[in-house]
Design a protein around this ligand. Structure first.
Ligand SMILES: [Zn+2]
Length: 63
């Protein structure tokens, strides 16, 4: 089985059990990957959302 760390491309020979951080070669690469997709999640800008200042629509039920 030939596996490469998807983060740093380091070859990871041997069994999965020899790599506790599989599919990453090290805890560091695991964190990098985690940070990547977390970062992408946070990077989505909400700039297309117009600020809705018209709050009157919620007051229709006051009667
Ligand atoms: Zn790695």
């Amino acid at each position: 089985m030939k596996v490469k760390c998807p983060i740093c491309d380091r070859a990871m020979p041997g069994q999965k059990v020899e790599w506790p951080d599989h599919p990453f070669c090290s805890p560091r690469c695991r964190m990098i990957d985690l940070g990547r997709w977390l970062g992408e999640d946070y990077k989505i800008p909400a700039k297309n959302q117009p600020v809705d200042e018209d709050e009157s629509s919620d007051k229709e039920d006051l009667d």
